[in-house]
Design a protein around this ligand. Structure first.
Ligand code: GLU
Length: 472
């Protein structure tokens, strides 16, 4: 690994699904690394043994996979690295940068009580900080960092700017508990250092932690990573995103049928901008993404914008890829899978489906004509449309189509001429023809459907429909 290689990481706590805020954090880290030939690593912060579950880890990995955010190397389990975290605490102790503290819970509570009564800061000041080791009792102890007491700690954050914290507001935080387990704050720093993380891009709910984490970097003499604390995502009402605002899990968006490329584009725009660009490809996002483009105020989640971007991505996606993603959507939504023949038909029809579909349910609804097999049952609207023509018209049309060459131009000409002969306009025939071919009122164009279905199937459907309508 060259020393100037960018290394980012996503460090979720596996206590639930991958929520939309986490997905955005992961995306920012992924874009930053991928745009710079860097590495994007994954660390599962599973030290909270009661709340962490393997199911949650699996759900997070699945969510990232759906979003196409591939990571380098094996995901790291923070819990498994506990011995290494403890080793660092011991090293700081040996170097005098940390000390053993024998204060009991009761003593700490009494200290705080007294400080409160005197109107002083309740930050605990351990009497063991400068104690002579000869006076150490044979009792349980924690290891505390020897925090600087004067001056201030400055976090140079690429999003928030310079954040200064007075050192007298920081306590000698615990590094190692009396049972020998490391605290979370120590684990994060040791892991980020050992993983070679150069840029920490994460939610600004962690900004306060950065000051405490800096103390550990400095005590160890390690390079401090570039910090970028990104504002959280808010709902359309400007309040912090919550269940009230609807779906929170990344995979819920898959089950709603949003394409991953559209989701990536939308999430990238959620808090980051590149001029006025709204729609962009992954390659553009990787080339453009930088920390300077991240806004300081919280972004608002906007479903309409997500839908619009998704529609644009569907319209430019490759047909085979769309078929694959539509089939994955059906599985994610717990809907019946397509047969092989239906899958092929979907792909063949894709050219006339992808123009205006914003989601896979919309795309599949338009695809109904290609997925259904005869006899095509008209829905209510289609049945009404069919009532506007006589079976005579449909039966007269079939021989003309029999001899037409099956190209868009010829079909347009044939149907135009046919309508004229009937003393009507093609527009009047389109509704019943849609109904006959698709059993639906909203479909791709009649010509596109005919091209996809082919001559035999088209004629068979027209005959079926003629059999349904009366001879008025
Ligand atoms: N595990 C933390 C979280 O899920 C992230 C910690 C970090 O990024 O440093 O919020």
């Amino acid at each position: 690994m060259s020393s100037d290689q960018v290394v980012t990481r996503f460090a979720p706590s596996p206590t639930g699904f991958l929520h939309i805020g986490g997905a955005r954090t992961a995306l920012f880290n992924w874009l930053y690394a991928r745009g710079r030939g860097g590495k994007f690593l994954l660390r599962i912060e599973d030290t909270d043994r009661e709340r962490s579950t393997p199911e949650a880890t699996a759900a997070i990995l699945q969510g990232l996979t759906w979003l196409g955010l591939d990571w380098d190397d094996e995901p790291i389990s923070q819990f498994e690295r506990a011995p290494r975290h403890a080793e660092v605490a011991q090293q700081l102790l040996a170097e005098g940068k940390a000390y053993k503290c024998f204060s009991t819970q009761e003593e700490i509570a009494a200290f705080r009580e007294a400080a409160r009564a005197e109107g002083k800061s309740t930050l605990f000041r351990s009497p063991w900080r400068d104690a002579d080791p000869a006076t150490y009792p044979d009792a349980p102890y924690v290891i505390r960092i020897r925090a600087p007491q004067a001056g201030s700690t400055v976090i140079r954050d690429r999003v928030q700017g310079e954040v200064t914290i007075r050192n007298d507001q920081l306590d000698d935080m615990i590094l190692l508990r009396s049972d020998g387990t490391p605290v979370y704050m120590l684990a994060v720093v040791v892991d980020d250092h050992d993983m070679g993380v150069t840029h920490v891009i994460r939610g600004d709910d962690h900004l306060n932690n950065a000051a405490r984490q800096m103390m550990i970097y400095e005590a160890m003499g390690w390079d401090v990573p570039v910090w970028a604390h990104i504002p959280l995502i808010h709902g359309p009402d400007g309040k912090k995103l919550s269940k009230r605002h609807g779906a929170l899990g990344a995979q819920e968006y898959q089950a709603m049928g949003f394409p991953a490329a559209g989701m990536r584009n939308y999430l990238a725009r959620l808090g980051w901008s590149h001029g006025d660009d709204e729609f962009f490809t992954d390659d553009q996002a990787k080339a453009w993404f930088d920390l300077d483009g991240i806004g300081k105020s919280p972004a608002r989640f906007d479903m309409k914008k997500l839908e619009n971007l998704c529609g644009q991505h569907i319209s430019v996606s490759d047909d085979a890829a769309l078929r694959q993603e539509a089939e994955a959507y059906l599985a994610a939504a717990g809907l019946p899978a397509l047969t092989e023949a239906q899958g092929k038909a979907l792909e063949t029809a894709m050219f006339c489906l992808k123009e205006r579909a914003r989601t896979f349910p919309e795309l599949l609804e338009k695809a109904h004509f290609a997925l259904v097999s005869r006899p095509v049952e008209p829905d209510e609207k289609a049945a009404k449309a069919l009532e506007t023509v006589s079976n005579g018209i449909l039966s007269e049309l079939t021989p003309q189509l029999q001899s037409a060459s099956w190209t868009r131009n010829d079909l347009e000409a044939t149907l135009g001429a046919f309508a004229e002969n009937q003393g009507t306009k093609f527009g009047k025939l389109a509704g019943p023809l849609r109904a006959a071919l698709a059993g639906r009122a909203v479909t791709p164009s009649v010509f596109d459907m005919m091209l996809v279905l082919g001559r035999d199937e088209t004629l068979a459907r027209l005959r079926d429909a003629a059999g349904r309508v009366g001879s008025n």
